[in-house]
Write a protein that binds this ligand. Structure first.
Ligand code: DON
Length: 602
């Protein structure tokens, strides 16, 4: 492992707590008494699968009660919340792990993490025989850990020989019909699940899997359906440390589970999993060093779930208007002028981070507050990895409210947010591949309001084209016959990237698109309409064409070749100077726009 300040920290934490020799190894399961009491490992696994481990992090021991939340998850997946809640409660018992805490009339165990509830949950695991149940359990735990786990047969046999109290609990559960058959196979499966061998590295990865919504971050394999992860973490938070659960949550703020094998598993939801192994236990059956280490970790690393500073990151990363960022479609001079004046009525937002109620609420508030001063809103979701149902519903609601006011709200680069937004009722036409197309749509709406007749953008006599602006009628009469006429059909390639560049194009009819192919398709760099010039960059610096230019519908161009341009220098230098001035003006416009965009996107 490469050196890391996090590893250094874990080493010093381990060294500090290695002195702690209080407590005693569990011996009520005789085989557990044989473990080396000084073993000590600490491990942290991140939600993206990176593992920091120190000490005896690969020493195996039996999982014992840490199995309980995992088996509870299996029961939930098999039967659903309601059926499981009918048999096993979710109230902290405040009792010892082996207490016979059953509700007076129903006999339902108070929670799934005391033995009674864990045995009841084991009864709900798929499989009728010990073997079938053990297979379901081993299979699930192995998916959590990301490697095949097995049962320590000696520890299993030891507990099976001596587990009379658990057998009594099993028969009590049978008496109340919480277990519907002979409890023996369930009890044996429970003893086997407790004897599954893990390391504290495994515990950290099991924790990281829960932190990651149920998917092991190293293997990418799902261990538990996402909808039950919060149920499992909730019972860990309220009941995971038995009669120390209240103080544990108060001190560490972490859902956790201990086992008499000496392990502790703790989870910072959405972030990390922690595994600690040290076999000496306190009176409650929790690892003494494990508790001390987790308490210190939680304080030092600020892991407490209720820490006041854990505020949502602001979701609005960028807010700008059409004054700063425009679509790539070049507009005719009157349209461009109008858009310049109306630019503030088209607003662009870039959002970031996972969107949930707390992060999306300020966005919705902003959109609605701006609804009187703007007509079109574009929300870019490229930096949003996830959106939950509530947030998608709020954005869909904002769109409906804005549409009712005659405004638009479109989304660009929706990625993984697309489906939740569609499910929340956003129409497909609200989605754009990128800001460029979404902004173009907004600009078209602004233009439709004020300049409904945009016929001027489809054809332009040569005399009105930007390249020849300022030429006298006489100059034009000289130049016109020198410019070849070319016609293209819809979709035809006018220029291909890589070609040499001896021609400059003026569009007299139709529109063209400049694009480059990328791994996700095609990115539009520009869209030009009649009256505009293209191909000037490579024409000027003689580099090969850097992009493709395609006809958007029937197109007619006039073409100035490099030879003609050279001839003009000799025969009509005034015309050449004027053309160069016009080209320079076009380029300064481009540079200014690029500067504005850079400033706006900062
Ligand atoms: O049922 C038992 O007693 C053991 N197999 C598991 C108990 C346990 O790990 C309690 N936790 N601290």
């Amino acid at each position: 492992m490469p050196p890391s300040p996090i590893l250094d920290y874990l080493e010093s934490l381990r060294a500090r707590h290695a002195q702690l020799a209080e407590g005693a190894v569990a011996d009520y399961i005789p085989e557990l008494a044989h473990v080396d009491p000084d073993r000590f490992g600490i491990c942290i696994a991140t939600r993206d699968g990176f593992v920091y481990e120190v000490g005896d992090s690969r020493q195996s021991f039996t999982i014992q009660s840490i199995s309980k939340p995992l088996t509870y998850g299996l029961a939930l997946e098999q039967h659903g919340e309601d059926a499981v809640l009918a048999k096993i409660g979710v109230e902290a018992s405040g009792d010892a792990f082996n207490a016979i805490s059953l509700r007076p009339h129903t006999g339902a165990p108070l929670n799934p993490l005391i033995n009674a509830g864990a045995i009841a949950a084991c009864g709900l695991v798929p499989g009728a025989t010990v073997g079938q149940k053990t297979d379901s359990i081993l299979d699930a735990y192995s998916r959590y850990a990301g490697r095949p786990l097995d049962v320590d047969e000696t520890v299993y046999a030891s507990e099976s020989r001596t587990g009379h109290r658990n057998r009594a609990i099993g028969w009590m559960l049978r008496n109340f019909s919480i277990l519907s058959d002979d409890p023996t196979p369930t009890l044996e499966a429970y003893f086997r699940q407790c004897a599954i061998r893990v390391t504290c590295r495994d515990l950290a990865l099991i924790g990281a899997t829960l932190a990651n919504g149920g998917v092991n971050p190293v293997t990418g394999i799902r261990a538990i359906a996402e909808e039950y992860v919060q149920d499992v973490l909730s019972v860990m938070a309220t009941c995971g440390m038995y009669d120390y659960s209240g103080e544990w949550l108060y001190r560490t703020g972490l859902p956790a589970k201990s086992g008499v094998g000496g392990g502790i598993l703790a989870v910072q939801p959405g972030r990390i999993g922690i595994g600690v192994y040290s076999p000496r236990l306190d009176a409650q059956g929790n690892s003494v060093r494990g508790i001390a280490v987790c308490r210190e970790l939680a304080t030092d690393l600020g892991l407490h779930l209720f820490e006041a500073s854990q505020r949502a990151v602001p979701a609005i990363r960028l807010a700008t208007t059409r004054r700063g960022v425009t679509s790539k479609r070049r507009r005719s001079p009157p349209a461009a002028e109008h858009l310049r004046n109306m630019g503030h009525r088209l607003r662009l937002y870039h959002l970031q981070g996972a969107l949930a109620f707390a992060s999306v609420e300020p966005v919705v508030r902003e959109l609605m507050a701006r609804s009187s001063e703007a007509d079109c809103f574009v929300v870019n979701l490229r930096a949003v990895p996830r959106i939950d149902r509530a947030a998608a519903g709020l954005l869909a609601g904002a769109r409906t409210a804005l549409l009712r006011l005659g405004k638009t709200l479109d989304f660009s680069e929706a990625g993984t947010c697309w489906k939740p937004l569609i499910d929340a009722g956003v129409e497909r036409e609200a989605f754009y591949a990128d800001d460029d197309f979404a902004l173009e749509h907004g600009e078209d709406r602004l233009l439709a309001h004020e300049l409904p007749d945009r016929a001027g953008e489809t054809a332009c006599p040569l005399a009105d084209c930007a390249l020849v602006a300022g030429l006298t009628a006489g100059d034009l009469a000289v130049l016109e016959p020198l410019l070849a006429r070319r016609a293209y059909h819809q979709g035809q390639t006018i220029i291909a990237a890589g070609q040499s560049s001896n021609e400059l194009f003026v569009i007299t009819e139709g529109a063209v698109m400049v694009s480059i192919p990328t791994q996700d398709g095609v990115v539009r760099l520009d869209a030009f309409t009649a009256g505009m010039t293209f191909g000037e960059l490579a024409f000027m610096d003689r580099s090969p064409r850097s992009a493709n230019v395609t006809a958007l519908g029937p197109v007619e161009c006039r073409v100035l070749t490099r030879e003609t341009f050279a001839l003009l220098e000799r025969d009509a230098p005034a015309i050449k100077i004027r053309l160069l001035e016009n080209l320079a003006l076009g380029l300064t416009g481009l540079v200014r726009q690029a500067d504005r965009e850079l400033a706006a996107l900062k």
